[in-house]
Design a protein around this ligand. Sequence first.
Ligand SMILES: [Zn+2]
Length: 223
Amino acid sequence: MIEKSAHSLLSIEKWLDALLPSRCAACDTVSNLQLICSLCESTISLANSGQSIEINSVFSYSGAIKKMIIEAKFCRNEKKAHALISYWSKQSSQENLLERLENKIFNAVCFVPIHWRRRLWRGFDLSALFANAVSHKLNLPLVDLLISNRLDKPLTLAHSKTEREHMTKDRYVMRKSLASPLSILLVDDVTTTGATLRAASQVLQKNEHKVCALTLAKTPARP
Ligand SMILES: [Zn+2]
């Protein structure tokens, strides 16, 4: 009975999808049943693999990816956040995600949280949404281990590396300690200098956990 009603709900969804024109998740123009239109897709590039071995990033923070992240985070558009993560999920299989992570073995996925007041204002945490999708893709538990203690301006607005390092000092603390150390895949939305990820991973490492980081996007290096 439950299966039957779930099935009919699915068909209603399909029927509605067919009826309504689908719109590009990045520019909102009608796109031919594509999540992201071909014009926007042509602006998406993958992140250059790393200056830093422990930080792995999927997309370059540019083009349609940058546009969607800005709209999600700074215009509080949760729908854009979900569309962006669906796009990543469609592009990324478990195999190529593991390949990107050099087939390391993890016990859990954790995320770099935003301050609770920022989360309240925004209504969601993009890193947590991305971490949830990653944990599903890798069949790993999602652990909520960190608390963000500081509510500064967004780190992307820091004028220098020094200011950024200063802003990340003591930013994170452990929410709880675990009985045994884990090998953690630490997830964040965007990385620029890696200062945020370093600050968060230091807290985890102090608690004996092993950490490797994954971000949805990485700011391209300035030429
Ligand atoms: Zn578009």
